[in-house]
Design a protein around this ligand. Structure first.
Ligand code: NAD
Length: 343
C-alpha cells in the first residue's frame, strides 16, 4: 500500500551496467529521504530472450502508464537489425517530446579541457529520423523518412524558451542543417525564428549543425540552452557530456504532457558490465531531475550537494580518474557509499 506522501515510480534496471548503477542510485536517493515507492518492471534483453520480441511485456506498459514517472537504466538495442529500440518506442508511446540534457563542467574537481561549460541540450524526442519509418525500396536501395511536423517543432522550441526563462538562462541556440534539408530542417529553423520573437529578453541564434557541433567541442562556454532535432541532439549531448569529463556524468529527463522518464545519457556499457566500475552519476543526475520534477526539491538539492562534495573530495570512478585530480579511485558501490556519507 502506498503511504499518502509517497510518489510511486516505475523502475527498470535494464541491461549491462544498468542493475549496478540503478542499485547505487536508489540506495543514495532513499538514504537521502526521497519519498518514493518503487514498482520494478523487467525490460530489455532478458525479456527479449524469453521470446518476447518487443523487449517489454504488455503489463509493464500498464505499470509505466499508471505510475507516470519512470526511472530507467540503459537498455540494449541491437545494431543494424533485431528488435526496435525500446527507448525510442517508450518516448513515442508516452509522448515524451522533450529530452533535456544538462552538461556542466566540474572544474577543477573533474579533469576537462573546458573549465567554463554549463549548457543544456533540449533535444526533440519523437520525430526526425527516429520516427522509425524505414523501407526497402529494391534489393539494393533502402530508405528512412525524416519526419518533422510544425506542431512537433512548436512544442520543442517553446519548451526550450520556457526552460530558459524559468532557469534564468540568457540564450537559446538552434542547430539544424537547413542549407541541405531545406524543408524538414528548414521548418524547424523557421519555427525557431517565429517563437524566438515571443521571448525578446532571451538572446537567440542559429548555427548549421556541423560547425555548431565543432563549436560546442571547441568553445562550449559560448553556449547556454541549445535546441535541435532528435538525431543531432542525441549525438551532440554525448559529445557534450564526454567533454565535461565523462559520458558517465550526464543525466537526461524525457518530458511529456502526462508522463516523464528519467535516465542517464549513456548506454549499457557492455565492456564494463558486472565489474563494479561504472559511474552511477549519470543515472543519479536523472534521478535528481526526477525528484525536482515531482516537487521533492529539497531532497534533490541535498543529493546534488552530497554528489558534488564527493567529486570535490577526489573520490572518483575510473572513467574520470586522472592522475593529480583524483585522490581515490572507487567502484560503483563505494562511490554510492561516499555520496551517502556526504548527505
Ligand atoms: P555506451 O554509452 O554504453 O558506452 C560507450 C563507452 O562509454 C564505453 O566504453 C563505456 O564503457 C563508457 N561508459 C558509458 N557509460 C559509462 C559509465 N556510467 N561509467 C563508465 N563508463 C561508461 O555506448 P554504446 O557502447 O554505443 O552502447 C551500448 C548499448 O547501449 C547499445 O545496445 C545501445 O543501443 C545502448 N544504448 C542505450 C541507451 C538507453 O538506454 N537510453 C542509450 C545509448 C545506448
Amino acid at each position: 500500500q502506498t503511504r499518502s506522501n509517497m510518489t510511486k515510480i516505475t523502475v527498470a534496471k535494464g541491461d549491462g551496467i544498468g542493475p549496478e548503477i540503478m542499485d547505487a542510485t536508489l540506495e543514495i536517493i532513499l538514504a537521502a529521504g526521497a519519498e518514493i515507492e518503487t514498482e520494478e518492471i523487467e525490460v530489455g534483453e532478458k525479456v527479449y530472450l524469453t521470446g518476447n520480441t518487443s523487449g517489454i511485456a504488455p503489463e509493464s506498459w500498464e505499470v509505466i502508464q499508471r505510475n507516470k514517472i519512470f526511472l530507467k537504466a540503459p537498455i540494449t538495442t541491437p545494431q543494424g537489425g533485431g528488435y526496435k529500440s525500446l527507448n525510442v518506442t517508450t518516448r513515442k508511446f508516452l509522448g515524451l517530446y522533450s529530452n533535456v540534457r544538462p552538461c556542466m563542467s566540474l572544474h577543477p574537481f573533474v579533469n576537462t579541457k573546458h573549465p567554463v561549460m554549463d549548457i543544456v541540450i533540449v533535444r526533440e524526442n519523437e520525430e526526425d529520423l527516429y520516427a522509425g519509418i524505414e523501407h526497402q525500396q529494391t534489393d539494393e536501395v533502402v530508405q528512412c523518412l525524416k519526419l518533422i511536423s510544425r506542431p512537433g517543432c512548436e512544442k520543442i522550441v517553446r519548451y526550450a524558451f520556457e526552460y530558459a526563462k524559468q532557469q534564468n538562462r540568457k540564450k537559446v541556440t538552434c542547430f539544424t542543417k537547413d542549407n541541405i534539408m531545406k524543408q524538414t530542417d528548414g521548418l524547424f529553423h523557421q519555427v525557431f525564428n517565429e517563437i524566438a520573437k515571443e521571448y525578446p529578453e532571451i538572446k537567440n541564434e542559429h548555427w548549421i549543425v556541423d560547425i555548431g557541433a565543432a563549436k560546442v567541442a571547441g568553445s562550449p562556454e559560448e553556449f547556454d540552452v541549445l535546441v535541435m532535432p532528435n538525431l543531432y541532439g542525441d549525438i551532440i549531448s554525448d559529445i557534450a557530456a564526454e567533454i565535461t569529463g565523462s559520458v558517465g556524468l550526464g543525466g537526461s529527463a524525457n518530458i511529456g504532457e502526462e508522463c516523464a522518464m528519467f535516465e542517464a545519457i549513456h548506454g549499457t556499457a557492455p565492456d564494463i558490465g558486472g565489474k563494479n566500475i561504472a559511474n552511477p552519476s549519470g543515472l543519479l543526475q536523472g534521478a535528481i531531475m526526477m525528484l525536482n520534477h515531482i516537487g521533492q526539491t529539497k531532497v534533490a538539492e541535498k543529493i546534488q550537494n552530497a554528489w558534488l562534495a564527493t567529486l570535490e573530495q577526489g573520490t572518483h570512478t575510473s572513467d574520470i580518474y586522472t592522475a593529480g585530480k583524483s585522490k581515490t579511485k572507487v567502484g560503483t558501490r563505494e562511490f554510492a557509499k561516499a555520496v551517502i556519507a556526504n548527505l
